[in-house]
Design a protein around this ligand. Sequence first.
Ligand code: ADP
Length: 311
Amino acid sequence: MDIPAVQVENLRKTYGTTVAVDDVSFEVAQGQVFGILGPNGAGKTTTVESVSGLRVGDSGRVRVHGVDPWTDRGAATRIIGVQLQQTQLQPKITVEEALRLWTSFYDDPRPWGELAERLDLTTHLRRHFGDLSGGQQQRLSVALALVGRPRVAVLDELSTGLDPRARRDVWSLVRDIRDEGTTILLVTHAMEEAHELSDRIAIIDRGRVRAIGSPAELIGGASSATVVSFVPSAPIDLVPIRELADVSQVRSDGDRVVVEGGEGAPTAVLGALTSAGVVPHGLRVLDGTLDTAYLSLTDHADDHDPEEAPA
Ligand code: ADP
């Protein structure tokens, strides 16, 4: 069997008195997109910087295709392509110069022209990095992460600052790169992005992994996998509904009663309403989303900057 592309065991990293990563373990199979999802300050960036060798953990163990990125930076650099949050290039370097320079670092680079085209950079090749918009700088940093044909690509807040069309283009590029066999570590606080792209997701909060699994597993495992709502034909007492099997929460939303629970909740609720002679008007049954799973697993409000582009 193939060894995992990425192995992280009991990673811990502190900055002074701040515990950025408390105890994080996960494995990523080769060729998968692995989402690392969590609120700001959860320890996501510190985790992937420790995987790529940009930071060394206080304790724990990291391997990338068997290489220890803390002690063998040279080998790690050849395997891992990194797009970090604040790519800082020389403001005077042009887009083309940066792409050519990065290309020259690798034995078997991707043709940079193709990446420039996929990332809508071809009309900006002569422009200085410092004159690019935030979204253009972001797209260039994605291109630089991928140009070396890395076996593992680390993409951190991939689509922050991108408009919806650019975001779709970047997502489609990520899928194509994955289909070529590249393993992708995708750091995000955007639920939709994690759901769309990831084969598996780790939800991290306060330096610890709160849950790990495929998007469907995370949604199914949450206490609110199903949401039933209806307008009762006559006033009903919510207390006995809350006590039904597989129901985790009941609330009123105007005239509507909203019930969250597991997969058995709809049957239980309908049975109880029938026994009481109440008709559920406007009945809706919805699957829970990754949002509801995430909110039930991270126990405090996301404090991300409301100025950031919605992702
Ligand atoms: P995330 O990527 O989930 O937003 P980070 O890994 O960036 O989280 O940060 C985790 C915690 O570590 C935060 O409290 C952050 O303020 C702190 N932190 C990150 N980098 C540093 C640093 N270089 N020095 C001091 N504290 C840091």
